[in-house]
Design a protein around this ligand. Sequence first.
Ligand code: 2AL
Length: 584
Amino acid sequence: MVKHVMNAAQASAAASRVMQRADELAQISETPGQLTRVYLSPEHLRANHMVGAWMEQIGMATWQDAVGNICGRYEGASEGAQAILLGSHLDTVRNAGRYDGMLGVLTALEVVAFLYENNLQLEQAIEIVGFGDEEGTRFGITLLGSRGVTGTWPDNWLACVDAAGISVAQALVNAGFDPSRIKSAARSPEEFSAYLELHIEQGPVLERENLALGVVTAINGARRLKCRFVGEAGHAGTVPMTIRKDALAAAANWMTYIESATAIYAPDIVATVGSLQCLPGAANVIPGEVLLTLDIRSPRDADLEALLGNLLSEAQQIAAQRGVTFDSEIYYSIPATPCDAGLQRQLTSAIASVQGRSLSLPSGAGHDAIAIAQLWPVGMLFARCDRGISHHPAESVMEADVMQAVRAYTQTVMALAAKNTLIEFNDGSENEALNLIAPCVAIPAWTEKLVAARPYLNVHVLQHYASQLTLDWGGEELNHALAAHPRIGEKAQGDGKEALFSKGEQSAVDTQNSALTLALAQGNAEYEERFGRVFLIRAKGRSGEDILTELHRRLNNSPAQEETEALEQLRQITLLRLEGVFAQ
Ligand code: 2AL
């Protein structure tokens, strides 16, 4: 582990440089007095040039890739090492603020500057990318830069045109690129171990929590629907209240339901009716038809689908009660992009160490990480911005927050890049590799098969195969495995990795509570008497009381049922431990 820590003076100098460079970049605009910098414009190329020069000052090799991203590489301890990719975008909306995108690139430069100034080379290389297009301002299609890096430009993108009728292909040529070579911007999966992006929050949560920084859990998935209530228009003076089929009253009823049901569903889900059209729309006519939109977003697709299902069925019920009809159609849908759990943990611990505590929150806005997550694990940090204002010239961040951001970012990257357990696992001797994963579970066949199938392209591939292999387990494996799992409520012996794992997993079991400890001990004994082996349960995330309830429930299982349940718990414990080994 590298011991260097950024001190206050270094962080302060770095933050002041970030602020000054954000001002310098903001001067590169097509509209005097405002900031507008769109993909493949002369201003885009000038910004790339400026950022490229800054990269070179801190020992990075630089290049502009085939879709116009500016890229830089700071070599790792061995040439050609796998890299951690840091980045964000350099394009803007029209009349933009100066931090959206740029802050991520400028803070990444400070991470590398710290390494360079301290003469540090880490196990992994660090690459920085300033993406050419995230916002989609010019061509109406988004993430052209990051989807260049993943090599997933759809064929029809080259033909898309801007407001002046210039196609993407022509714009590439005008900017000195060759449209037939865009595929060469694609990077292969093994080149990067992870992608990190720092971004302004563009929302008010951190400010309200009085925090400079937070960790992103996921970039929200979203659905947009066109909805319609159809009732019966009628004379506002003559139709009695009891026999009306008022489409607007039904819509109003539904809207208040949407608001209250969403608020109680989960704190991080939002739903909005943003437009409402009432027909025929006259003061003296009962509304016969209402067209409205529903926008719903969540960091978890399953929750989004469940809530949406509930809202739509409520709409049907309201319609039925009022004698009107309801229909809807999804016209926009994007899945959530979860951030990698291991990267979230690293970011959380770095942020907590610089600001005392961390906060996890979803991103309501889209980011380059959406595209990058197709190939690499992604992690994001958010920095507070004034009143959450973004996409506006009033966008603003505090230099003191940037100082914290640079510190947390540097700490995270150094921790990740100093060690790469997957490389250790892939390149180590058979014994070294076995030792790394043996504490996950005492089933030698599983461990050996995982080692035999080395090398793995990335941690996801390894986890997937490890999970597949657990499907073959039966009663015999279950009995073997118990060696790595002390009883619940009993302190694990020793300071070996298994004991450390187990202590962490059982940390929510309150061993000071003697009534609970006694009840668990009794339950364990009863279980062992009945099933002839130790009671196994994934303890992580469960309290002692929860576990006790489960233990009592499972005592009523038939032996066959219980074997299935115990095996499932064993799988979960093993895969969680494996995640822990490779997350570092
Ligand atoms: C354990 C353990 O060691 N970790 C965990 O999640 N559960 N032990 C057990 N008997 O279930």
